[in-house]
Structure formats: C-alpha cells, structure tokens
Ligand binder design. Sequence first.
Ligand SMILES: Cc1cc2nc3c(=O)[nH]c(=O)nc-3n(C[C@H](O)[C@H](O)[C@H](O)COP(=O)(O)OP(=O)(O)OC[C@H]3O[C@@H](n4cnc5c(N)ncnc54)[C@H](O)[C@@H]3O)c2cc1C
Length: 598
Amino acid sequence: MFSLEKYKDYSNEIVDMMLNEAEKMAVDLIVPTYDVGDKEGCTFEAGKVTIPACFHDAYKKFCEAGWVCAHRDPEVGGQGAPVSVYAACFEYFNSANFAFVMYPGLTQGAAGLIENRGTEEQKNKYMYKMYAGEWAGTMCLTEPGAGTDVGALRTVAKKLPDGTYSISGTKSFISCGDHDLTPNIIHPVLARIEGDPPGTGGISIFIVPKYKVNDDGSLGELNDISTGSIEHKMGIKGSSTCTLNFGENGKCIGELLGKEREGIKIMFLLMNEARLDVGLQGLGHATAAYEHALQYARERIQSAPIWEMKNPKAKAVPIFEHPDIRRTLLWMKSYVEGIRAMNYFAAFCIDMSQAAEKEADRKKWHGLVELLTPVCKAFSSDRALEVCSYAIDVYGGYGYCSEYPIEQYMRDCKIASIYEGTNAVQALDLVGRKLGMNKGRNVLNLFGEITSTIKKVYEIDDLKEYNSHLQEALNAVGDLTRQFDTWGKGAGFLLPLLNARPYLMILGDLIVGWLLMQGAQIATEKLNVIYREADVEGSKAGQRSLARENADVAFYQGKIASAKYFAVNVLPTLEGRCKTIKISDRLPIEMLAESFSS
Ligand SMILES: Cc1cc2nc3c(=O)[nH]c(=O)nc-3n(C[C@H](O)[C@H](O)[C@H](O)COP(=O)(O)OP(=O)(O)OC[C@H]3O[C@@H](n4cnc5c(N)ncnc54)[C@H](O)[C@@H]3O)c2cc1C
C-alpha cells in the first residue's frame, strides 16, 4: 500500500511509531479516565451539562497530538494517515475509554461533512477549528418520533431573507450534544424545509452552532438551542446523551450544508466511516475484556486440576489450567483477532478505494466497503458483547462486580448494537441493498478473495484439513446467497428480510474464518523461516520450547491456533445455520399477534 502515491510518505516504521504513540497515549492518559468517568458520569444542572472533570486534560492532550483528524489530508490539518492505520490506533483509544473517544470522534465526523459539502466560507468558519478539536461536533438525526424511521422527522427549517434558516424542533439521544469541554459545539441537524416533501427525500442538513460565529471567527451570541435533559444510561456514562430543543424562541439560526433535500445523501457520505467506527468500538471493548480475562485467569488460583481430583492433597492451580477456561479464552481470542482483521480489512478497502491507481480497482474496493460496512458494524458489536460476557464468566462472581473493570466493558459495549442504525437495520441494509448492489459483483468479489486464500493455503499441509472447513463454509454461504437472490425476486421476498440478521452473522463468521486462515498462512511462512534458522523444522518439541523464549514465535503459533480453533469449532456450524434458513420457516411472520404472549 505504501507504494501508492497517496501513502508514499508512510512506511512500516512510521506506522509502528504511530501505534507506539497511540498505545502510550491510551495507557498514560485515557485509561485513567475509564473508571472515574463511569462513576462521575455527566450532570445536568441549571440548563448546563458537565462531563467528568478528568476528560478535560486528556482531551486537550489528545487534540494537541493531532489525533482528532490524523487520517484527513494535511491541507485540512490532518496527517494523511491511511484509514487502516488510524483504525489500528483507535483500537487502543477505544479499548481505553470509548465514552471519552466519542467527543473527538463525533467532532471529526461532523467536520468531515463540512469538508465534503461545505462552502469555503463554512470550512473557514467551522471545519479547521473542529479538526483541531478547538470546537466540538455532533450528529443530530434522531427525534422522539423518528428513530430508525429518520424520514418521519418533524424538525422544520424556514428560509430567511438573508439565506440562513430558522430551525425548530427537538432532537433526542444526541451524543455529546452539550458539554463543558469546548467553547462551541457545531451541530449538523437534519430538518425539512417548509413545504418540502415527506420521507427521506425531503430532508436537508444544516450547520447549527451552539454559539453563532462572527465574520472574524470569534464567538457571537448564544444560538437558540437549549438542553432539555440528559439520559441516565446503562453504559458510556461519561458521554453526555442529550435532548436538544432548537428554536424554542424562534431564534435558532442554521446554515444549509450542500443543497436542499440532499440531507440524507450528505449524511450517508460519512456513514461508512461512522459505522466502521462503531465496529471498532466493539473491537475495543472486546480486546480490553479479553486481555483482562487472560491476565486474571493466569493469576486467580482455584481448584485442583481435574486429573488430580482424587488426590485430597492436590494443590489448586491458576484457573487458566482448567480446560473449560482455556476453551473459553481461545474462543474469545479467535473472535477478537477475527473482528480486528475484519475491521482493519474494511479500513484497508477504504484506503484502496481512494488510492488505487486504476479506476476499476477503486470501484472494486469501494464495492467491498459498501458490502462490509453493515457487517463490520453489526457483527463486531454483537460478537464483542459475547466476548465481554465470557470475560465476566472467566472472572466468576468478581466479574459481575464493579471492583473489576469487566462489567463496565459489557455495559459500555451494548450501545454499539443500537446506535448508528440498529443491528437489525444493518442486516436489512446488507440483504436488501448491499448483496444486490453492483449486480451482485461486490459479494462475488468477496467470495473471490476467500477462494484465492483457500488456494494459497491448499499448499500448506498443516492447514489442509482446516482449509477444507473454510471451503465447505464458503460453499454453504454461496448457496444461501444465491437462494436469497431467488427468493428476493419472487413470492418469497420476505424470507431474506426475515433472516437478514442470522445471515449477517453467518457471513461475518465466514469472513472471520477466512481472515484468520489468511493470518495463519502468513504466520506459517514466518515460522518456517524462524524454524529453519533455529534448526527445529522437524521437531514439535523444539518449536514449543522456542515459543517459550521467543515472543514472535509464540505470537505466530497463537495466530495459527486461533485459525484452527475457529475452523473446527465455528465454520462447520455455518452449513447447519444456512440449512435452517433454507428450510424457509415463516412462523414469525405468520403467527397471530395474539399468540405471541407467553
Ligand atoms: C446512548 C445513545 C446515543 C445515541 N447517539 C445518537 C446521536 O448522536 N445522534 C442521533 O441522531 N441519534 C443517536 N442515538 C439514537 C439512536 O441512533 C437510535 O436510538 C436508534 O437509531 C434506534 O432508534 P429508536 O431508539 O427510536 O428505536 P426504534 O426505531 O423505535 O426501534 C425499536 C426497535 O425496532 C426495530 N425496528 C424499527 N424499525 C424497523 C424496521 N423497519 N425493520 C426492522 N426492525 C425495525 C429496531 O431495530 C429496534 O430493535 C443514540 C442513542 C443512544 C441510546
């Protein structure tokens, strides 16, 4: 990738350096805000929102280090970093404290909208300050009567003689909607201009600042926006979630962003990245929960080993030694590495869709981004929650208590399946739109990538048996995908929608199985070189003892173990899960509503 013009200033060394910096910032600055931010939470008094005090210093340093928009172009204040590198760095930040990351995250997202569709004047007025973190940003879509159904929104924009708009309406659940972190907050607000048609096609988007901005860039008077309340939530308590009332006194002024009635189109410009961010959020929680569980399992002494059960004098061992704990940890490790690979691959596809030299290649990569986006968002968040839940199991009763960080990971993680479009909506997007997009070529390209890995791995004896599970899983999913296409065109059109969520999880598992296998193939190549140099090529015992003293060897062996475990324990379930869908059971849609009561 670094040979491409767009990323010619990047190299493995620079990426390593960025990752080290990100890790340092996450550990030294953001981790200390995790527990405190959760306990302190946000408060709402006399119309003002206060966020955890410890966020302020961390935010200042985070912005000074240029992290808010590191992946944006240098001309707008970024570092031009590949999105895939930015994603890897953000895994550290998200693991450290996602509630904190939401403030700069939403800010760069909102600024990105202005960069994409704003006028030069709007960029000068808002964007640069936002990318620098000086002012914050939000995303204002949801209303009390318009959640999933964004088209039902009731916020109104009335054109004024000077070309600005008077905005009035209520937005609910607005993350970071108000706070005391920055002197101004810029809200991109979806609203319907008076007289425009109903539905999503009639929606426009407006830049609505908390404080109006004077021509010289200084802060003007307070705009007519008030915070009605903040939500009291299960998790991400350090992130303020606000009800915002726009124009209660008829004096809320907004500027049109882009053209009239293009609001949804403009919002969707950034949707792929925003949804990938939520996938990365899930990854961050899963990574942190797994790492904690692994460490705890090595330290917690409980029960003698099963093979000593008849020996009353047998000593208790670390729980890591018990087979069920080992199985649980390997399940978690496989999914953490798999979700990571999936999200990094999607980010890599974004990079290639922007930087590949040939237009046909850019189109192919963009098609993969479109296809993978709902899977990254929904699969990662759902599986991450399972990883967090298993982490609690590893801790036993202590995992359920707030003395340890695990229960917070699970609480913080849950929201990822809900916002940015619920996971059900992601599945509908996948099945209803993305599979058929580009005449089905995107999903065929994905299957083509999987097939090419299978061909490469075919040469590796140690992985042959596992590779055959990947091939069988691919056959089953390919078959079901064709069946969806047939159903979609006929009387069975409800069946793909009914099964959209299980299908998304099946496709996600296939992608994870594929990417883990790809990792195992690379790890095998690396290990072969190391084994040859250490003269342990034919000796399993030699290879095991080498892993004890060489961290790289242990790491690569671990990669192969994850791929093998997943290939044997998850991939064979795909055929059965596909079969379940193909039986085409319609009960949930045919049952009488009255019969649902239990
Ligand atoms: C902590 C938090 C932060 C948030 N931050 C923001 C933010 O910054 N900006 C913002 O604009 N919004 C934000 N939201 C709102 C969030 O995006 C919505 O909650 C979400 O889109 C779902 O809308 P809803 O809550 O109204 O649920 P509903 O739309 O009422 O959905 C309820 C259930 O019905 C299902 N459902 C609805 N329609 C369909 C359908 N057509 N087919 C199948 N299933 C369907 C949903 O999947 C869900 O399971 C946030 C929410 C929370 C809780």
